[in-house]
Design a protein around this ligand. Structure first.
Ligand code: CS2
Ligand code: MG
Length: 412
């Protein structure tokens, strides 16, 4: 079974997505996600100009060989653009293989290890009353694990906090609050680490006081802290028993986590910006983290995230795949198939895509009892609507930039 064509589809049903559609000579179609938020066209070009010409005529079943061919063959290894492009190819080929086998993808990955994949949703509010409303809505919908982000007194806006207008139940944009802004230039936000560190423990104290000990609570510090600040935060949150504290320090300096680890027993998650097993080599072996955040979309596909997770299993490190709305329903479907099969699955992030996005991609995974389960359809379970996708052309969009109060550019 040979690859006959490969189409790169850029569509923007509310936000931009890059999808690879591979068609075989006997008419089987598979989809892969290569969306890189704010830099989408770089992946689209990498695929169209440099990868698609290599795919035509290749054996569609040779997934491992194609992965190695694209990874080693390029010579320029790793990096988010390359690995998102490889992810798109790899995921589409797994979709095809599973369709040909007549099985849902998770069956090819070893079969189900559990009923469903526990997911966490995103509760947020600019102040405590708004946050409580958001947590309550999540609990009503059946979420059992919830990420908590709030505004910080004195700061106008903070990453990860939905605007109150978008936060009402049934409003389709309420989860999709963090789009890369559709504009010619990135939005600018401002930041004050001391104010944040003072505020966050009081937020978790309030949430535990109101909602009790049962819900799993998570928090994302989005790479903004120094090692000593991160250690302080982890320690100050210990009484509130977090499921994890995410991205406390910038991901580039992995040694920072050694310092954080020495000071706190709060579990640590990192890696949404990592893209290969090599990024985790020391972090996992030295047991400096508890959860791997790499999504299939940004880390070379099902093949290489499976590789990371098998390595992680030797050290009792679990999965916590990135699942914001900038990972498309194709990327999320692949994550749920892999998550269902992995023995060392931990949790899956789940920001619900907008109605427009769901209409274009037609995902068939289902949320119930606080978790996601893929459908029993052969392949990934995606019904992509090409005609509808064509009605949403790409729009320039950027993630925000963050500055300290004196104007210095900081991590956002
Ligand atoms: C975030 C992301 O979900 C998360 O944990 O850190 O929303 C991240 O900001 C975006 O994916 C960036 O595109
Ligand atoms: Mg994050």
């Amino acid at each position: 079974m040979l690859i006959e064509r490969a189409d790169v589809i850029v569509t923007s049903p509310g936000r931009n997505f890059v999808t690879l559609k591979i068609t075989t000579d006997d008419g089987v179609v598979g989809y892969g996600d290569g969306t890189l938020n704010g830099r989408e066209l770089a992946v689209a070009s990498y695929l169209t100009d440099h990868v698609v010409p290599l795919l035509i005529g290749r054996d569609a079943h040779a997934i491992e060989d194609t992965w190695q061919y694209l990874y080693r063959g390029a010579y320029w290894r790793r990096g988010p653009v390359t690995m998102a492009a490889i992810a798109a190819v790899d995921t589409a080929l797994w979709d095809i293989k599973a369709k040909v086998a007549g099985l849902p993808l998770y069956q090819l990955l070893g079969g189900a290890s559990r009923e469903r994949c526990l997911v966490y949703g995103h509760a947020s509010g600019k102040d405590i009353p708004e946050l409580f409303d958001s947590v309550r809505r999540h609990l009503e919908e059946g979420f059992r694990a919830i990420r908590i982000q709030t505004g910080v007194p004195g700061l106008d806006s903070v990453y990860g906090v939905a605007s109150s207008a978008a936060a009402s139940i049934g409003d389709d944009t309420r989860y999709d609050y963090e789009p890369a802004r559709r504009s010619a230039l990135p939005a600018e936000e401002s930041w004050d680490t001391r104010a944040y560190l003072r505020h966050v423990p009081s937020v978790f104290e309030a949430v535990r006081g109101e909602f009790g000990e049962d819900i799993a609570l998570l928090h994302d510090a989005h790479h903004r802290l120094t090692p000593i600040q991160a250690a302080k935060l982890g320690k100050s949150l210990e009484p509130y028993d977090l499921f994890w504290l995410e991205d406390v320090t910038p991901a580039e300096n992995q040694e920072a986590l050694r310092w954080v680890r020495h000071h706190t027993t709060t579990p640590l998650a990192i890696g949404e910006v990592f893209n290969s097993v090599w990024d985790y080599q020391h972090l996992i072996r030295e047991q400096l983290i508890d959860y791997v955040r790499s999504p299939i979309t940004h880390a070379g596909g099902v093949t290489s995230v499976r590789r990371i997770m098998d390595y992680a299993a030797m050290y009792q490190v679990k999965s916590g795949m990135h699942g914001p709305t900038d990972v498309s329903p194709v990327g999320l479907a692949a994550a749920v198939h892999l998550g269902l099969a992995l023995h060392n699955f931990g949790i899956q992030e789940y920001m619900v895509h907008s109605k427009q996005t769901r209409e274009v991609f037609g995902p068939t995974y289902e949320f119930a009892h606080g978790g996601l389960r893929p459908s029993e359809e052969p392949g990934l379970g995606i019904h992509f609507d090409d005609d509808l996708a064509a009605k949403y052309p790409y729009e320039q969009a950027y993630l925000p930039v963050n500055r300290l109060q004196d104007g210095t550019v900081h991590d956002w």
